[in-house]
Design a protein. Structure first.
Lengths: 315, 315
């Protein structure tokens, strides 16, 4: 069984109501959709302490009749079904969230199947089903914003392994003109430390969206992102690389990143997808800013389908 | 269906004869084994031009009664079943091999199911089934020798994606004392360019095995390997990292690499497997120098099993 159900045509019966939560470190987005993939309603609110934040989410879904809920959460989170702390947020410095049983709180309130993955894996999944990687069995999804996160969909499955990818903390070659120490409290000058929104602001003393298109900030920004994208291509061999998040709202960044990634790879990966520039290979999200929420919806749909399969198998 | 069949107990019937080919860029190793996982006989010979090299392999298996053959090949190779050139070696500079139909030559001679993957993916697979990652659903396998290759087993499957991983060509932060330009004809100072056997020899003017344990070469060698291992951990989140190949025969390298990888990660990946040093996490191959051949055997066994499943399904 793969994670993908996208080969299936939308069904024509009455669609089931599905809940979706994109649980970011600064903002929660909750949506109500259906198992044909549409979102009908959504709200968002700041991420506060866990009890009050979950209370708002639970209140939002309470009258909706959701048959399943999918969650894409900030992390680190526990994704191992066999673990005692499956469904928990783990070692985050975010007040109150370390060791919080996120999935347990939802299940306790609704008693419906719940899907559970990282925010970036959810976004990768949404893009693989309905977005820029539709119909492909692999993609890498980046969010570059307050932090940098990387979700991985490979061989038709969301990649977890030991924990889940934490590619935002890769160490990279420095830009030759860059003396900035970086802002990551763990690593200083890792990808997140050098290329997140806060890194841009700390390095240049101005928020990213206030920097002109020809400011040297962008060439440097593209350098770090391209270095990491090239490594992701070489290690993961994805069928598409999707770059999302607030920083990527700067439309001029994407062509710069493509050019630098092509320079780094230098023709080594001999696939037709990489031969003619990278315009169709390193791309913006197909779902705009909805990758995470739609991906959470897809996780909810998958949870409902799996519970149906399990019920059928045990009959 | 996952790639793993290792949950299965060895069967007690008469074992089927399975052929295995570890097709390296400098050396071919051919083995005859069985579907319980044992190798009974093997030969090796230099990799020459494709026709003569395949002729020797085919002669070796001709009287053996193999029911399937598994191949782990040097690359790049075409792994896409839907491709017109599936089973071909693709863009290698190795004389005669560019565009050679490796799998077609085997199938034409034997008409048995054939497994086909990269040499390093085969080694990762062998290690996941019988070696240092036995029973785990993911591992990353490095060979560090004439070249540097990285095989990836993730979520119970060998990772292919667009092509297959080419992690040996990742670009890495330079060691601060290193002015060496690197030997990779594509990238100069990528991992292979800086840490392969030929890179060691070109940098120090001496073959690796002739350098004393306390030579500064090893600290520098460990730096590049650890940089790439840390990136692989952050991007792939494997349950184990296995370091093989000729350069890793230097036993003192492994503890140096573990220490440097731990420094780079700096406690960020909060998994118990990474908490207490990395002695059980970054390890030598469990199959010694047999990872590739045993992995090729496993690919052959899998091909036989799949052909049986397909035959059963079509009955």
């Amino acid at each position: 069984m793969t994670d993908g159900y996208f080969e299936r045509a939308p069904h024509s019966g009455r669609p089931a109501v599905i809940g979706a939560i994109e649980a970011g470190g600064t903002k929660f987005v909750c949506g109500i959709g259906d198992d044909n993939g549409s979102i009908h309603d959504s709200i968002s609110f700041p991420t506060g302490r866990p009890e009050e934040t979950l209370r708002r989410a639970i209140d939002y879904f309470s009258e909706s009749g959701v048959k399943a809920i999918g969650v894409g959460s900030f992390g680190p989170i526990d994704l191992r079904p066999e673990s005692r702390t499956y469904g928990f947020v783990t070692t985050t410095p975010k007040p109150g969230w370390n060791g919080f049983d996120f999935l347990g709180a939802l299940r306790g309130s609704f008693g419906v199947p719940c899907g559970w993955d990282t925010d970036v894996n959810a976004a990768a999944y949404g893009e693989a089903i309905w977005g820029a990687a539709r119909g492909l069995d692999s993609c890498v999804y980046y969010t570059i914003g307050t932090g940098v996160g990387i979700g991985v969909y490979a061989e038709g499955r969301l990649l977890h392994g030991l924990l889940h990818p934490e590619g935002g903390h890769m160490r990279l070659r420095r830009h030759p003109d860059d003396g900035f120490a970086g802002v990551c409290p763990y690593h200083g000058d890792c990808l997140e430390g050098m290329a997140s929104g806060p890194a841009l602001e700390a390095r240049w003393g101005t928020k990213g969206h206030e920097l002109a298109e020809d400011h040297p900030a962008w060439e440097m920004e593209a350098h770090y992102i391209a270095e990491s994208v090239a490594s992701a291509i070489l290690l993961l061999s994805p069928r598409r690389v999707i770059l999302g998040g607030g920083v990527m709202q700067q439309q001029h960044l994407l062509p710069l990143i493509r050019r630098k990634a092509a320079d780094i790879l230098n023709g080594y990966v001999a696939a037709p997808e990489l031969a003619e520039g990278l315009d169709d290979y390193i791309v913006a999200p197909g779902l705009g800013t909805q990758s995470g929420l739609r991906g959470a919806l897809a996780l909810g749909i998958r949870a409902l389908e799996r519970s149906g399969e399990q019920a059928a198998a045990s009959e």
